[in-house]
Structures are given as C-alpha cells and as structure tokens.
Design a protein around this ligand. Sequence first.
Ligand SMILES: *Cc1c(COP(=O)(O)O)cnc(C)c1O
Length: 357
Amino acid sequence: MSTLTSSIAVEQVKKSRLAETDFNNLEFGKYIADHMLVADFKDGKWHEPVIVPFGDMLMSPAMLSLHYGQSVFEGMKAFYMNDGNINIFRPQKHSSRFNKSLDRMCMPTVSEEMFIHSLQALIELDKKWIPKSEGSSLYIRPFMFAYEARLGVKVADHFKFIIINSPVAAYQSKPYRLKVEDHFVRTAEGGTGFAKCAGNYGGAFYPTQIAREEGFDQILWTDHKEHKYIDEVGMMNVMFVINGKLVTPQLNSAILDGVTRDSILTLATDMGMPVEERRVSVAEIEEGFRSGQITEAFGAGTAAVVAPIAVINIHGKDYSIQPASADSFQTRVKKKLHDIRMGDATDIHNWNFIIKG
Ligand SMILES: *Cc1c(COP(=O)(O)O)cnc(C)c1O
C-alpha cells in the first residue's frame, strides 16, 4: 500500500456536489468530482501543484493551445477492491505514455513521481466520488495544454497540468459495428497517432460521423498509404483470435500504445495463449472471415477493457462475428484482468497501485 510522503496544498470546496450526483445513473463524463489538481510550468520549471475546487478557469482567447493544438491527455481508472482499498491501475505505464505524448508535442514532461503523487493526493481527497457498484470506477483524466497567450506560431512556454476525475458506471454497450476505412486517415506514420494529443480526436470526428450515418459505431483505421493494413479503432486497440492465436497489429507511430492492449498481451502469454504482434492486412481479415479462421474480434481500451465486435465491414461487405462464449479468450482474459484488479488473483506484474480506502 502506498502512503503520501509529502502533502499538496488543498483548498477545499465549501459545499460538496456529491449530494447532487446520481450514482445510480452515471453517464460517462457527466459528473466531475469536487476537486481538481493544477500545476503550472512557467519560467522553465514546474511549480508546486495545488488542489482546488473544480470550476471554470480564466483563459485568454489568444491562448496558444486553442490555436496551435499543444494539448495532451491521459485516461485511466481508480476503483474499490474487494478488501475496501483503492486501486489506481498501472499509473506508471500511463505516466510514461503521457511523457511520450508530451515529448512529441514539444511540451514539458511530468516526472513519474509528480504524476503519481498528484493522482494519489487528489484521489484520497475525493475518494467518496469513487462509485462502489460492480464494474463502476472513477475515470481519471490528467491533461496538459499550452496556457500562454500569444498569437505567433510557436512552442508555448507556459503550460498547465490538470487532473479531473469523473465517476463512471460499468461500461455497457452493444457489440460494435466497425467499418474498415479506405478513404480517410486518422494519422500517418511519422505523425502523432501514437500520442494522446487532442487534435487526433478532432480530426477523426468527420469520418466517424460519416460512418455513423452509414450505420456503424466506429471506424477501424488502416494505414495512410494504401489502406491495406489495420491500425486500430481510434479509442481502442483491436485484437483478433485467428486459428487459436491472439493477433494484434504491431505498434507503429500511427498506433496508440494502449495500456489495456499491453495488459491483455501479457496475460495472454501467462495463460498459454500464443500471441502475434505483427502487421495485419485487411485481406487477411477478409480471408479469415470467409474461411472461419477468425473466431473472435474485440477492442481493448480503458473505458470498456474488452469491447466485443459484432460486425466488421470490409469494402462494403459486412462480416459478422459470433457473440463471445463463456470459454472464449476475451471472456477469460477479461475475468483474469478483473480478478487481478479486484485483488482476487495475484498481481504478479505489479499493476495495482493501492492506496488506503
Ligand atoms: C486511449 C486510446 C486507446 C486505448 O488505450 P488504453 O490505455 O488501453 O485506454 C487506443 N487508441 C487510442 C487512439 C487511444 O486514444
């Protein structure tokens, strides 16, 4: 169990908004917990973070992030374990990914110590905001953006690092209908796809909206050059079970290095499931559906952990996938991960960051 070694200055809310929060009806991102953590990078260094009531902030219309897009985020979860303590899942891995995104965007990195200390202090203070029902959690959103006000195109020299938290219900969604994109691109190799930077998502809205109008939920993005190879879903990584092997596109600069992806690949190996991280062509997927060699397809991401896929549309043709059975790989790996997170299975990879409940 981790205890705080030093304290962060706190300005408490005058009145908590807990009473106005309907914990039986948590829409994703609707409610934000009472407090937020804010730290400034200015004069070439980080200043002490402070915890203040969540609320609106003053910002200049000339703030650089609004114009040139220096804005990066993370998404992770904290939840109650069976023994009543609180688990923040894999904060070290989120910290290192945050820093990779920040480097790519010419933004100052945050030390792992500062990142985790900030998370811990804020979550301890707002632990009443962690929902307790099965599968629910506190969604944690650390982010950073350029705060300097100036219109010239330049790397900013004033940034804010902020953490806000939102209680969320167990993820529920019907299995996804995905469309393999063969016109638009989310990002290109050499671009910013591997970074969780704001612009990647804004740029994906338009093609996704078109896919929605065509009856799909999300896009399965492909390589920018030829649309021949599968990248990912754009909020989730994608995995297939082909001929009894777990197959997922190998990471490249257009693919986000998902923490869930990494956890599932690690557990698959523990479970004796053969794993292949390699290029996955659209043609192979099409052929795999025709021959019946693909038995599972699912998305992997923090929000859903494992999100079943029902349909993949390739060049205008729908390929359907049977619902996951109780002994499917995705069901078993989801349970395994859940057991580790809840404290029912040994956390051999040291993924749980546990604080007192
Ligand atoms: C966040 C994200 C994922 C999933 O990553 P997790 O760490 O598992 O939540 C996948 N793809 C993109 C583009 C993402 O932004």
